[in-house]
Design a protein around this ligand. Structure first.
Ligand SMILES: [Zn+2]
Length: 128
């Protein structure tokens, strides 16, 4: 199911809707995941990022779609989506390792070619 969702590049909301639809056909009660987060958790996949939502008016972090800054004139009011921005923090160690591992032969070949040309500026693997 997750491979299918990834192949179609489904958004999280679309994944959740599909899981709910599929779950409607299963007998109840069942242990079938009803959200994409629960699906990933059931497969042992954890999130590699954290998203923080801020209100552009006061630049403070929001909770549950509302500004919780007591000094803000829009405190505890529903905020329009065009007044919100997200900050996404991600640990780049794992994706970097994955990219290097999957392209290791290509990097080695690039290093060899760059050194044959005696051009250290194009050698991205050089420690210089
Ligand atoms: Zn605010």
């Amino acid at each position: 199911m997750l491979a299918f969702m990834r192949k179609l590049r489904m958004a999280k909301s679309q994944r959740d809707e599909l899981l709910k639809l599929v779950n409607d056909f299963f007998p109840t009660p069942n242990n079938s995941p009803t959200t994409s987060i629960k699906l990933c958790s059931s497969l042992g996949l954890t999130s590699n990022h954290q998203t923080y939502t801020f209100f552009s008016n006061c630049l403070r972090e929001m909770k549950y779609g509302q500004c919780v800054n007591n000094n803000c004139q829009f405190s505890n009011e529903k905020i329009n989506i065009d007044q919100i921005f997200d900050l996404c923090l991600m640990n780049l160690k794992y994706p970097s390792e994955t990219i290097v591992r999957s392209n290791y032969d290509l990097l080695l070949n690039y290093q060899k070619v760059a050194r044959l040309k005696r051009n250290d500026l194009t050698d991205i693997t050089s420690s210089i």
